[in-house]
Design a protein around this ligand. Structure first.
Ligand code: NAD
Length: 454
């Protein structure tokens, strides 16, 4: 498998892909090793993960450089991601013992009752490339702490990062029989689906997620899916600092080159402030430096996958044909590597692909609305349901609107953020199940109800 630097087109290295037999061998070893890992106490496993947490910091320079080289995000954003992943790990280190401890329900009377939280067994973690540390951490860290063995398949676009994660987990003390890496692309993922794993935890696109859910349904094991989104924002008429909100929400749409599951993907703005907001938004977008992700001050680096450029071009073409107006950007940047101009489209409608299909790139549509009711209707006009945000000076107004939006996450005066303490879950085509928070600790355990009669 060739590993290509998306910012330069250069071949970084070539890695041997695992075939189905090699992946099966890894699974068999994990199956054998899982009981010994589960026999450790939660505190012992947490201590090992704490060492991993420290190693991520100690080696962050090399990790950030690898991540930027293989997926194209600006170097500073790679550091931000590693720091963000460490914050999530700290949440699991601090809270896992509490949520995995046995719970006594009744200790009096003839029959005593308790709940224990047992590991699932050997689970698969089939992962995405856009935030490999963050989305990986959501799964393999709590899964390991709960006593599972993990067969981790990093995305083919961030394989070297996946191998760093493996190296550091081993260095921290996770045995190879508790964590292993399946190396490869879709075929490696397919091989994992054929094996009798005890749970499938997937991060990626709706199409692959739907396919995986159908493929493993007959096994009757947990299948969690963290999928894409078409996340809307509504900017109400009473915001105080229009240019500040415009700059902050532009960052929410374009950070990581728009390649975030919770990127802002659609913006609805109240007509009374629309012109001022758009002007400030476009000014902000035009101020960004685009270029090599290793260059100082670059905000828009390279897109990870060359194929996404075609998706962006098609969305822009469709929008323009249906009456949209280009405020800035609109085409690929003519240089070696996968670069696209940060693009803002106005006069858009929900009938355009741009406002319905996940863009996963540096483009955004902004639409004028005349009331909260219209905004709510348009925000809910989607097959996705990951996050939604409202900017207003009025908290009750924000909460009343957000209560009516069918999404797993609600933002008031903020966007494109994740908290380890809150559940991360998509509705509709954005996914199934929950990671992060105490629910995302228990997602990797199966409860057993104990009836104990003396
Ligand atoms: P993808 O669906 O193309 O690939 C995801 C993983 O699935 C990769 O490891 C890939 O090799 C594997 N895969 C592909 N085909 C497979 C098959 N037939 N069987 C088994 N495995 C297979 O997604 P991607 O491009 O890596 O990630 C981008 C998508 O992920 C976007 O839609 C984004 O919104 C979503 N995402 C969601 C979240 C979230 O938390 N909800 C987080 C990050 C990314």
């Amino acid at each position: 498998m060739d590993i290509i630097n998306p910012a330069t087109g250069a071949l970084m290295t070539t890695v041997q892909e695992d075939n189905a037999a090699a992946i099966k061998e890894k699974y068999v070893s994990l199956k054998k090793g899982q009981p010994a890992w589960a026999a450790k106490t939660v505190a012992e496993r947490v201590a090992i993960i704490e060492t991993f947490y420290q190693l991520l910091d100690a080696e962050k320079d090399e990790l950030a450089q690898t991540l930027t080289a293989e997926m194209g995000k600006p170097l500073q954003q790679s550091y931000n991601e590693i720091n963000g992943a460490r914050a999530r790990i700290l949440f699991f280190i601090t809270n896992s013992e509490k949520y995995l401890a046995e719970e006594w329900i009744t200790t009096e009377g003839g029959t005593q009752e308790k709940i224990s939280y047992d590991p699932l067994g050997v689970i698969a973690n089939i992962s995405a490339w856009n935030y490999p540390y963050l989305v990986g951490t959501n799964v393999f860290v709590p899964a390991l702490i709960a006593g599972n063995a993990v067969l981790y398949k990093p995305s083919e676009y961030t394989l070297l990062t996946g191998l760093h994660i493996q190296r550091l987990l081993y260095k921290a003390g996770v045995p190879p029989q508790a964590f292993d890496v399946a190396i490869g692309a879709a075929a490696a993922g397919e091989a994992i689906l054929e094996l009798p794993l005890n749970g499938y935890f997937f991060t990626g696109s709706y199409n692959t997620g739907k396919y995986i859910a159908q493929k493993v349904a007959h096994k009757l094991v947990p299948c969690q899916l963290e999928l894409g989104g078409k996340d809307p924002l509504y900017i109400a008429d009473d915001i105080a600092d229009i240019s500040g909100v415009a700059a902050g929400t532009a960052d929410g749409a374009f950070y990581n080159n728009g390649q975030s599951c919770c990127s802002v993907e659609r913006i609805y703005v109240h007509e009374t402030i629309y012109d001022q907001y758009v002007q400030a938004f476009v000014k902000e977008v035009k101020s960004w430096k685009t270029g090599l992700p290793t260059d100082e001050g670059v905000y828009i680096g390279a897109l990870t996958r060359p194929a996404q450029i075609t998706v962006l071009e098609q969305q822009i073409e469709d929008a323009l044909a249906k009456g949209a107006e280009l405020a800035t950007g609109g085409k690929r940047i003519n240089r070696e590597g996968n670069y696209f101009e940060p693009t803002v489209l106005l006069n858009v409608t929900n009938q355009m692909d741009l406002m319905q299909e996940e863009s996963f790139g540096p483009i955004i549509g902004i639409m004028k609305v005349s009331s909260d009711e219209e905004a709510i209707e348009l925000m809910n006009d989607t097959s996705y349901g990951l996050t939604a945000g409202v900017f207003t000076s009025n908290q009750p107004r924000a909460e009343a609107i957000l209560q009516q939006i069918n999404s797993g996450t609600a933002y008031w005066n903020c966007c494109d953020r994740v908290s380890a303490a809150l559940p991360w879950s998509g509705r509709q085509h954005s996914g199934l199940g929950t990671t992060l928070s105490h629910l995302g600790i228990r997602a990797f355990a199966q409860p057993k109800g104990w009836h104990l009669r003396r």
